[in-house]
Design a protein around this ligand. Structure first.
Ligand code: IMP
Ligand code: MG
Length: 178
């Protein structure tokens, strides 16, 4: 495993994002929506640096990347969310890879008529993008490698690492190429 981002760098990046968001929203109340499960640590750290009134909602987006499934199988589960209409919504995800997940989440949120929405991701793999949208806020651009830690998993493992690291080929099982 090769470390890409140390805890101190992540902390600094998250604080900078919080400062940018505070400047953008001022004292307006916001609704922070985090895509499960990978962005929960990012969410927890970010909101502790925000002082405007805010609500939190969690949504599930599952993309099935097996051979027999297609992109249309991306499922977004929003039923547990607080009301979105009329709210300033901030959508958080751990990583912008091909961009299909965030594109789909944004479509679902927009359809619920928020007053405004912005998107923020911890990481982006620039070379892998397959969509036209880009997140409004990106903390770190990273090389095209499969990464874990700070919430990101491989087979539901490694989320608890306080740093972000790229897994080596031999640590990845068959089926993941990134
Ligand atoms: P996208 O739809 O291709 O942008 O994929 C975004 C989702 O795929 C993220 O929310 C992650 O859950 C997952 N993902 C993409 N790349 C990685 C990675 O390198 N490590 C862990 N999860 C990843
Ligand atoms: Mg995800």
């Amino acid at each position: 495993m090769k470390k890409l981002l140390q805890p101190e760098q992540i902390d600094q990046g998250v604080r900078q994002l919080a400062a940018d968001l505070s400047e953008h929203y001022g004292k307006e109340p916001i609704l922070v929506l985090a895509v499960m499960v990978g962005s929960v640590i990012f969410l927890a750290d970010l909101i502790r640096h925000l002082s405007m009134p805010l609500q939190v909602g969690l949504l599930q987006a599952s993309s099935y990347r097996g051979k027999s499934t297609t992109r249309q199988d991306l499922e977004v589960e929003l039923s547990q969310l607080p009301p979105i209409e009329g709210q300033h919504v901030l959508i958080l995800d751990d990583i912008f890879d091909t961009g299909h997940t965030l594109t789909r989440v944004v479509q679902e949120i927009e359809a619920r008529k928020p007053r405004s929405f912005q998107t923020a991701v911890l990481l982006r793999k620039r070379e892998r993008c397959e969509v036209t949208m880009q997140p409004d806020h990106v903390i770190f651009d990273i090389p095209d490698a499969f990464v874990v830690g700070y919430g990101l998993d491989y087979d539901d493992q490694y989320r608890n690492l306080p740093f972000v690291a790229a897994l080596d080929e031999q640590e990845l099982g068959p089926g993941i190429s990134s």
